[in-house]
Design a protein around this ligand. Structure first.
Ligand code: SF4
Ligand code: ZN
Ligand code: ZN
Length: 310
């Protein structure tokens, strides 16, 4: 790639069309870290001194998130520093040959970055593994897995006294879900779409610090920082339903480079305030486990009944 970095005499390694910026490797890193810090500040995601739990799957995005949050935590430079505690959790979902590798990758990166790491056996809480689910006909494994991950991460975050649960959703994820919700006119899901969800009784505050960083940027960041995500896919992975929306958005972004960020910010600033009403409806308590639920028995407890021990 020919050309020079806009901010130093180094060779350009990245061109960001939406900002018309040519950057060397080290200025690209600083640019991404500062953007995440600004996102955190703009949306009030982390207050000084708070304890943040990173949901660390071992995939690219969660490793990038961990790296950026630990960089902010460790920096003495006011432009980059954020006073908070960072720990990470990886769920053992009971996927033979895959869960072990995810845990090993997560643990190795946490050790390197000086981040305390917790491994939670989700299968012990649920009473079944994802291998059990896959071996039986019924709901798609990923949909069961999604319920288990959401429930267990929340429970762990609440019971360990963290202030925030941080996930690695990026700009492409947010824009694709937004487009899907718009097209299906799903007002309820639109009203709940947010980069920061406040804590409620029995529910930890959830934050998405990477939601203004694109998938391409997280991939370059991971590569430049030498982060090594888990090799290979989960054996139960299927093409996500948002894939086609991501493809459409990528095509549109070739014409309008600022499209994804404008779409997501425009929604949060102009559309979401009009939808605010549905966001904080009363939550009931699951009669089986006591955690918040929209129905009498929560989805997790219903799954336990279907897939758990007789
Ligand atoms: Fe779970 Fe599906 Fe992800 Fe595998 S691909 S970890 S089953 S959500
Ligand atoms: Zn530079
Ligand atoms: Zn329950």
């Amino acid at each position: 790639m020919a050309g020079k970095c806009k901010w130093c005499s180094g060779d350009m390694e990245v061109f960001l069309p939406y900002a018309r910026l040519s950057l060397c490797r080290s200025h690209f890193r600083n640019y991404v870290v500062r953007r995440v810090k600004r996102t955190i500040e703009r949306y009030g995601m982390i207050n000084s001194g708070e304890r943040v739990l990173v949901a660390l799957s071992g995939g690219k995005d969660s490793l990038v998130l961990l790296h950026i949050l630990s960089t902010l935590r460790d920096s003495d430079d006011p432009k980059f520093s954020l006073k908070c505690e960072v720990e990470a959790v990886t769920l053992d979902l009971g996927i033979k040959g895959y869960s072990e590798r995810c845990i090993a990758v997560a643990r190795a990166h946490c050790e390197k970055l000086g981040v305390p790491h917790h491994t939670i056996k989700a299968a012990e809480l649920a009473g079944f593994t994802m291998d059990d689910v896959a071996s039986r006909r019924g709901r798609p494994t990923c949909s069961v897995c999604g319920v288990v991950k959401r429930y267990v991460l929340n429970k762990v975050g609440v019971e360990m006294g963290f202030d925030r649960l941080a996930t690695g959703h990026n700009l492409d994820d947010e824009a694709a879900v937004l487009l899907s919700n718009y097209l299906s006119a799903n007002v309820e899901l639109l009203s709940r779409q947010s980069p920061v969800l406040p804590a409620r009784e029995g529910m930890i505050s959830r934050i998405k610090p990477l939601f203004e960083v694109s998938e391409r940027e997280t991939a370059m960041y991971a590569q430049f920082q030498g982060l090594a995500p888990v090799d290979g896919k989960c054996p139960y992975a299927i093409a996500p339903s948002t894939l086609k929306f991501k493809m459409v958005l990528n095509m549109l972004e070739e014409e309008v480079p600022t499209m994804k960020i404008s779409m997501v910010r425009g929604f949060l600033e102009k559309v979401k305030p009009l939808l605010k009403k549905g966001e904080t409806g009363p939550l009931r308590r699951c009669v089986a486990c006591g955690y918040p639920s929209s129905s009498e028995v929560c989805s997790f407890c219903r799954l336990k009944k279907i897939y758990g021990p007789m």
